[in-house]
Design a protein around this ligand. Structure first.
Ligand code: C2E
Ligand code: MG
Ligand code: MG
Ligand code: MG
Length: 279
């Protein structure tokens, strides 16, 4: 956990330090053209129910392939998009694309859910709710098939305002997940004041599950407390059978990670689902 928050702090510092840096400006200018030039894509990572072994949902993860630079990781360009305001049109695009793809998937997999990452900048826009609602309604998709992933750092600073916003999202029918759970500083009991449905245990805890007893204890405690608070739990970054078995034994509801599948382009997701459901 120390390592994770340390890294986040470094990234923040790093971004501030180099905000006028040549590479940042270069990326910002390139990113400005990315939507119109069709350089953005969504990949989808399956989420598996540990009891039924069925794929219940997918998480949309953005990919940017620049014609010369090749793939630029979201860890690199999302902060630049947030600093420059480009995160707004990019997030609009992500939602539209996710809706379009879910609509297709829905024909063959009517219960499949779609998780989308929401930047704090986007969440805090005055017209956030309107943008989201109109996109989902335009696509004619039931909101219950959508899950929004927010981090603790998105909802904590303005707790009262966030709660009001989340209540509206819930009324509309959306599911709310807390991403990277455990890397912030909020206690579960405090978090329970927020109308959320699911906790995503951060992958940093999963990584050392078998080598650090402390991480195993933390994971077990998160699952227990979350269930007592009537929240569901998903573990991210699950890479091995051993990790998956442990999580299943502890009652973790879902797992996501390379053990099940890496994030896939839509066409490959179809192939994956077809084979998976024949198992
Ligand atoms: P996240 O939402 O926590 O996503 C999980 C990250 O872990 C993804 O990295 C995913 O590819 C990676 N991952 C999945 N399974 C495994 C595994 O088994 N092992 C390891 N080592 N890694 C795994 P990615 O795609 O590079 O995304 C990084 C972050 O960028 C995301 O973290 C999310 O915060 C942000 N992001 C991605 N797509 C979007 C988007 O459409 N909008 C916004 N606002 N942020 C996004
Ligand atoms: Mg996420
Ligand atoms: Mg995460
Ligand atoms: Mg993350």
């Amino acid at each position: 956990q120390a390592k994770k928050s340390g890294r986040n702090q470094f990234e923040l510092y790093h971004n501030e330090l180099h905000i006028n840096d040549k590479q940042t400006l270069l990326l910002e200018n390139a990113l400005r053209k990315a939507i119109d030039c069709n350089e953005l894509q969504l990949h989808y990572q399956p989420q598996m129910n540990t009891q039924t072994k069925q794929i219940c949902g997918v998480e949309a993860l953005i990919r940017w392939k620049h014609p010369e630079m090749g793939y630029v990781s979201p860890g690199k360009f999302i902060p630049i998009a947030e600093e420059s305001g480009l995160i707004i049109p990019i997030s609009d695009w992500v939602l539209r694309q996710a809706c379009e793809d879910l609509k297709k998937l829905h024909l063959d997999y009517p219960h499949l859910k779609m998780s989308v990452n929401i930047s704090s900048i986007y969440f805090q826009q005055a017209d956030f709710m309107k943008r989201l609602q109109s996109t989902i309604e335009a696509a004619n998709i039931h909101p219950r098939l959508f899950e929004l992933e927010l981090t603790e750092s998105t909802i904590m600073p303005n707790a009262e305002q966030s709660i009001a916003r989340l209540v509206k999202l819930k009324k509309f029918g959306l599911k709310i997940a807390i991403d990277d759970f455990g890397t912030g500083f909020s206690s579960l009991s405090y978090l329970h004041r927020f109308p959320i449905d699911i906790l995503k245990i951060d992958q940093s805890f999963i990584k050392h599950l078998s080598s650090y007893e402390d991480d195993a204890s933390i994971v077990t405690a998160i699952i227990k407390m979350a269930h007592n608070l009537r929240l569901q739990v998903i573990a991210e970054g699950v890479e091995t059978e051993k990790q998956c078995k442990f999580l299943q034994k502890q009652g973790c509801d879902y797992v996501q990670g390379y053990y099940v599948s890496k994030p896939l382009p839509l066409a490959e997701l179809y192939e994956f689902l077809e084979t998976w459901n024949q198992c």
